[in-house]
Ligand binder design. Sequence first.
Ligand SMILES: [Zn+2]
Length: 422
Amino acid sequence: MDRREADLLIYNSSEVATLAQPHGRPHLGAEMSDAGILPRGAVAVAGGRIAAIGSLEEVRETVIVGPRTRLLDAQERLVTPGLVDAHTHLVFGGSRESEFIQKVVEGLSYEQIVERGGGVPVTVAQTRETRFEDLLQRARVVLRRMLWNGATTVEAKSGYALDTAGELKLLEVIRRLDLDGPVECVPTFFGTHDIPVEYALRRDEYLRLVVEEMIPAVARGGLAQFCDSGTAYPADRTAALYAAAQSHGLGIKVHADEFSSVGGAETAARWNAISAEHCIHSSAAGIEAMASSAVIAVLLPAVPLVHRLPGPADARRFIARGVAVAFGTDFNPSCLVESMQLVMALGCCTMHMSPAESLTAATINAAHAVGRADRVGSLEVGKQADLVVWQVSSHVQLMERLGGNLVSSVIKKGRVCTVFEG
Ligand SMILES: [Zn+2]
């Protein structure tokens, strides 16, 4: 086979965490402890994809390093796949800063804030009043900061308009963000994020609207890959929602057991959801059901901190039962976390996960949770060249720092997007 000239060669690393494993499914149990470390590895990129990976000698045997090859000296530092944020509510208008005061000074819970007229309904009202261009511009700035922090693929849910035209508008914003790049956005329709005030006394009618009008319109426009469902409706009422999502070719995600155990994990398993998300209060039976149905647990380590909940999901229990754990920021108006680095560090410090497990949850397992593991989440020949070069020399050091930004360079589809000194 003819050797091809590389567009980019990353060399002189301390370690490349490939996250590669031969089975092609999410990493489970002990597999999550294997980050696929290649000491002093090199990576060659051609046509936006990984053309070779291995020692520098092996890579040079596979590709030509010629005059067109850009050389990126990793300066004896860590190289990983681009991070994948598997759970965000990226697009919304307005601000709920007054609730922040209520939370941290007055000590109110989320439920108490809603009773006082705050919470999601406030953002719905503000989002409905925000123009497309303004929603787009705000989300673009957030995505840029997520990229600076190492995320190259971000799931984004609608759910702050809760009417047909508005939900389509939010998904159109997400489509535009994805087209504009460089961060890839995975769109999720979340029409049952909450019940809009005008339907407060007609809850069944709103569910019918979602099932009969919104889901078909979203599918017709090709605007979403997944349909998420919250706890606005009890599990026995949502069958029509999941059935409609499935018949329109949308994968299922479930906001499960965030504030109490409501059978979210079991529901996710019953409907063969790709993921159950939050899972703070998921029952032992629910976790078993998730393991049997290969449902991924998308855990959100920043959420207990911002909502002052008693503790995070019990990641060790999921890992021990053979459930794949993935991570997301849960970026939303009351959880303004843009850094998957922080999320990984919290995975270690608050969930007793090892650095390799945290990295797995933020890369290959998150890629599976958003249905993109065929292209992103690990460094393997043929996959999209999404990489981060860090300012530290090991994946353990990456987890030790809390709250800073250790990115040196971010590469998306083979293109170097950001370079920081340091
Ligand atoms: Zn959420």
